[in-house]
Every structure is written in C-alpha cells, then in structure tokens.
Write a new protein. Structure first.
Length: 156
C-alpha cells in the first residue's frame, strides 16, 4: 500500500516539474504586490501627517497674528491713532515685529510659512477694523494658505 502511494506521488511530481516553479513565482509576485501596497500606504500616511502638522502650525501663526493686532489696538493712544498707523497689509515676522513687506520675507523662525496681516478700516461708521491674517506655505509644488479673521472695534 505504501509502495502504491509513493508510486502515485512520484508519477504526479514527475509530470509536474515546471508547475512548482510557476507556483513559487506567483507566490513571490503576490508577496511583492502586498509589500508595495503597504509601502504606498505608509508613504501616504506620513505625507498626510506632515500636511496636518503644517495646517496646525499655520493656524497657530494666524491666531498669533490676530492676537498681535488686538494688542496694538489695545496699546494705541486712540482709535484714530490705531487706524492711521495700521491700515492695509503689513508683514508680521516671528519676533512679532511689523514689517512693511507683506508677506514677510523669509524668516527662519517661521520656517516654510509667510504671514500677512491686512487691516481693513473701511467701515462706514469708522469704529470697526476687519483684520485678516493669511499664513501661506508651499508643500511640494502646491501653495496652501490658512486665514483667520476678526473684527476689532473702537472700545476705549
């Protein structure tokens, strides 16, 4: 009986010698496809994580610009002093100093970001100033931006 089974196995493998090589190649191709898919997913995940981190940083820089605008309004001698000194676009560097150039020129502390603060004092009543902070950055070949807007009022 064992002899018959061994003989049948021998005949089966003798007739299918090339089939085993094809099975190995197919299995290897499947393994390579799975590895490529996993690697692609990991690369996309890292890219998305980096982009999310950039969005968070841009939003923080924009909020910082809003707070600085509010601070200069609060420290101004009068509302007219504020609206005369802060009108139109102004750059705001990482040291929170105002710059004539908007957006700010390359600032190593801002990294890939540029920040522009626009004071719009065109309210008819003359008692409101719309402040828009735009933070821009380039990732790859695409330009992205984040904005924060607030309305400052004459309150003193």
């Amino acid at each position: 009986m064992i002899q018959a089974v061994m003989s049948a196995i021998y005949k089966h493998t003798k007739n299918n010698k090339g089939q085993m090589l094809i099975e190995v190649l197919i299995a290897l191709a499947i393994v390579v496809l799975v590895l490529v898919a996993l690697l692609s997913a990991a690369i996309i995940s890292v890219r998305n994580s980096r982009f999310s981190q950039s969005i968070v940083s841009a939003n923080q820089y924009a909020q910082e610009g809003i707070e600085k605008a509010r601070q200069v309004r609060d420290q101004a001698l009068s509302w007219s002093d504020f609206t005369n000194s802060y009108s139109g676009p102004k750059g705001l560097n990482s040291s929170l100093n105002w710059d004539v150039v908007c957006p700010t020129p390359d600032d190593p502390n801002l990294g890939i970001f540029t920040r522009c603060v626009d004071f719009d004092n065109s309210d008819i009543s003359g008692e409101l100033s719309t402040v828009t902070v735009t933070v821009s950055w380039t990732e790859g070949s695409r330009l992205y931006s984040s904005q924060a807007v607030t309305i400052l009022s004459k309150w003193n």
